[in-house]
Write a protein that binds this ligand. Structure first.
Ligand code: PHE
Length: 349
């Protein structure tokens, strides 16, 4: 028996030493302690011994069993630790590495400019009105005092849609002024709105794209006069360009839907090919405006003896180009991400 036990222990130590996985240790455990295991078989022989002998041998065998269990447990612990070491090395995370940058979207200068313009007029009590991009002849031309044979219709190189069965013809709106008409026909004065949106003209060069954006403005009540128009526009220009020293000039002009009409210029200087806003002797045109023509009021069902007011319209891209120094209008619509990253705006600024 003594010999058997010694041999068992030697065998066990060797077997465990080469068992290199939890599974291999389990095989060894079964070989030692399983139903037909080496130690189990020895334990079974106890029954054949005398009570005194059985007590003595039993104690020895139990001690051996504890040793066997302890050896197995030790081996398992070593294996688990080694396994952990391997995982720690393989799954190592370097928390000192800089985070991978998440690609961040940009706000397009057109959207940003419309937001800014809307906010500035919002402070002056204007709300936002919208109209469709596809307009009928009445809203885009006729109601704006441009009857069918009016030469101003040629001023806008219009995208016409195919004629309908009833002879009517729709157009891609050439300006945002039809929103004036829609607003006056739908709403009772006092009216104070701006209408930002897409507009279309059959034009394409360095300073024209077939689609561009305008912001229209309209104020109608009983006593609004040209002085209010000048004050409102001047205030807006100073706020938008963040400078009270940018000169503003109202130059007499013509629009069929306003009378009198003016073009608004802002002062700038041009030296060595570089343009700078501010007093400098040169002028840049940035919008059209005027007092709403009595015929336009009449077309909208308003009595021109009672109601009056002003309207203005400006190009959004032009405002953005002037403020942010963007040289070519066409680049707005080339969808070049590098351009957008350069001129776009971060969403959380
Ligand atoms: N609709 C004009 C244009 O597109 C601009 C304008 C608007 C002028 C309102 C006067 C009043 O050129």
């Amino acid at each position: 028996m003594e010999e058997d036990l010694q041999e068992l222990e030697i065998w066990l130590r060797d077997a465990l030493a080469i068992a290199d996985s939890v599974l291999a240790v389990e095989v060894v455990r079964i070989e030692a302690l399983g139903k037909k295991g080496r130690l189990t078989t020895l334990l079974k022989t106890l029954g054949r011994l005398s009570p005194a002998e059985r007590a003595r041998q039993g104690e020895t065998l139990n001690a051996v069993k504890q040793t066997v269990l302890a050896l197995i447990e030790t081996r398992l612990a070593a294996l688990r630790e080694a396994e952990m070491e391997v995982r720690l090395a393989a799954e190592r995370v370097d928390i000192t590495l800089p985070a991978r940058p998440e690609p961040e979207g940009c706000i397009h200068p057109v959207s940003r400019t419309i937001d800014t313009v809307a906010a500035l007029f919002g402070v002056m009590g204007f709300s936002i009105a919208e109209g469709p991009d596809i307009e009928d002849d009445f809203h885009n031309f006729t109601a704006l005092n441009m009857p069918l044979d009016h030469p101003a219709r040629q001023m806008h190189d219009t995208f016409y849609l195919p004629k309908r069965a009833d002879g009517s013809q729709f157009v891609l709106r050439t300006h945002t002024s039809p929103v004036q008409i829609r607003t006056m026909r739908a709403q009772k004065p006092p009216i104070r709105i701006i209408a930002p949106g897409r507009t279309y003209r059959c034009d394409s060069d360095m300073t024209h794209t077939p689609m561009f954006h305008q912001v229209e403005g309209l104020v109608i009540d009983e006593s609004t006069h040209f002085g209010h128009l000048k004050g409102c526009i001047t205030e807006f220009i100073h706020a938008y360009f963040e400078s009270d020293t940018v000169p503003v000039r109202f130059r007499p002009s013509f629009f069929p839907f306003t009378e009198p009409s003016a073009e608004v210029d802002i002062g700038c200087s041009r030296r060595g090919g570089e343009m700078k806003l501010g007093p400098g002797g040169d002028w840049l045109e940035i919008m059209g405006c005027g007092m709403v023509h009595p015929r336009v009021l009449t077309a909208c069902g308003l009595d021109p003896e009672r109601w009056q007011g002003f309207a203005f319209g400006m190009g959004v891209e032009r405002l953005a180009m002037l403020k942010h120094g963007i040289p070519d209008l066409r680049t707005f619509y080339e969808s070049d991400v590098r351009w957008l990253r350069h001129y776009g705006f971060r969403p959380f600024e």
